[in-house]
Design a protein around this ligand. Structure first.
Ligand SMILES: [Zn+2]
Length: 301
């Protein structure tokens, strides 16, 4: 049996050895177990922080271990092969980009400069440019960045947030479905702030961990999502670096537009974040997936 096939087997653990126990948002080590298995039926311990409500792998892989995983097993685990997006896929991605731009555009000056943090194949950048903004991006995935730069002629760097740099500051910085893949979200957001004009805005969007679990239980969890944000843990992330929300989108995804400014007291935000997870034990999360399947089979979803 080939090694990648073996790695994809159910009930085996992911091949990541090194990790740490502290929550990357509040540094507490206590957590409540939420699931011991993920949507591919592989063993994966995930918990919710009993201080700040952030969901995380336990232990959380170190940056080095995660990078090693992405460099080796990620494609095999997720059967990922880069292909230039088809026209229909591109149109779907452009259709998703449009309402995202509509939400942030009200906070941007006409013609303002926008940075997309983790821009994939660049459809949000294209959408911004078409609306008269001047957008750039960066993307750690070499294939995606190359496609955006060479095929779409967009201003896109290949690189990780730790390594890229830009001339001048941006009026708006966006990051869609990136922060759930990180292990140090505070450092990433702090770095983002160094690229932002004093009155600029930051728009973060991730899957909504609570809505996912309410719907599908452990089947909403998977290895590539090292962190799980909700309405209040995302607010807490912003507050940690001096940001306050000016717009909130709370549905299957959690989206928040932030500006620099006085946040609510951290204890208050943490209490709201803990309350979101009231009643969610590992037993309940594990039982939710069969319930989801039954509801789906009987057309109740
Ligand atoms: Zn925490």
């Amino acid at each position: 049996m080939k090694l990648p096939t073996l790695l994809a087997l159910p009930l085996t653990r992911y091949n990541v050895s090194e990790g740490h126990m502290a929550c990357p948002l509040c540094q507490a080590t206590e957590y409540r177990p939420l699931a011991a298995i993920d949507r591919r039926l592989k063993r994966l311990d995930q918990g919710v922080c009993t201080t700040c409500g952030l969901v995380r792998h336990v232990p959380l892989p170190s940056e080095a271990a995660l990078e090693q995983y992405y460099a080796s097993d990620y494609r095999a685990d997720y059967h990922l092969v880069f292909r230039a997006p088809s026209e229909s896929k591109r149109h779907k991605r452009l259709a998703v980009a449009k309402p995202r731009l509509d939400r942030i555009a009200a906070f941007l000056p006409a013609g303002g400069r926008v940075l997309d943090f983790g821009c994939g194949s660049g459809e949000f950048i294209e959408t911004c440019n078409a609306a008269g903004f001047s957008a750039a991006g960066f993307e750690p995935g070499e294939d995606y960045a190359h496609y955006a730069r060479e095929e779409r002629k967009l201003e896109v760097q290949t690189g990780r947030w730790q390594d890229v740099s830009f001339e001048g500051l941006f009026s708006g910085i966006t990051s869609f479905h990136v922060f759930e893949h990180l292990v140090d979200p505070c450092a990433a957001l702090e770095r983002m702030l160094t690229w932002l004009e004093p009155d600029g805005v930051i728009y973060l969007e991730t899957p909504n961990a609570l809505r996912g679990i309410e719907r599908k239980g452990f089947a909403s969890l998977h290895f590539a999502h090292t962190l799980g944000f909700t309405r209040y843990s995302m607010e807490a992330l912003g507050a940690k670096v001096g940001l306050t929300p000016v717009a909130v989108m709370d549905d299957a995804n959690i989206g928040m537009i932030f500006q620099r400014g006085a946040a609510r007291p951290m204890e208050q935000i943490f209490a709201d974040a803990r309350a979101e997870w009231a009643g969610w034990t590992q037993g309940k999360v594990h039982a939710q997936f069969p319930k989801y399947l039954v509801n789906k089979a009987f057309g109740r979803l």
